[in-house]
Design a protein. Sequence first.
Length: 105
Amino acid sequence: MYDVTGEGWVKHMLYGTSRLLQLRGPESCASEPGRSFFTLARVFEISRALISNEPTFLDESDWRELVAKIWKENGCSWQPKEAMYNIMTDCASLSVRLVRDLPQK
């Protein structure tokens, strides 16, 4: 994890939080304290997907349903940035599909 460039730390933080969320599953994030962890780690997962141009599990229906449930139940704490995070998830998934489906020369 230690190197001069800091790349090891970045990979550890981005892939580590991603893996933790996946292992916990959406059910464990539906209520506290899992919900707090999810709202924080979600940003790391979105960043990881965008930076590395890799698929994100946040695009799966179970995770999308979790996001909708959280903001429906907790509407008073919803902020416009949450809509931006949903759009960023869509952009990451679209980017992966675009690169995958491009004809190779």
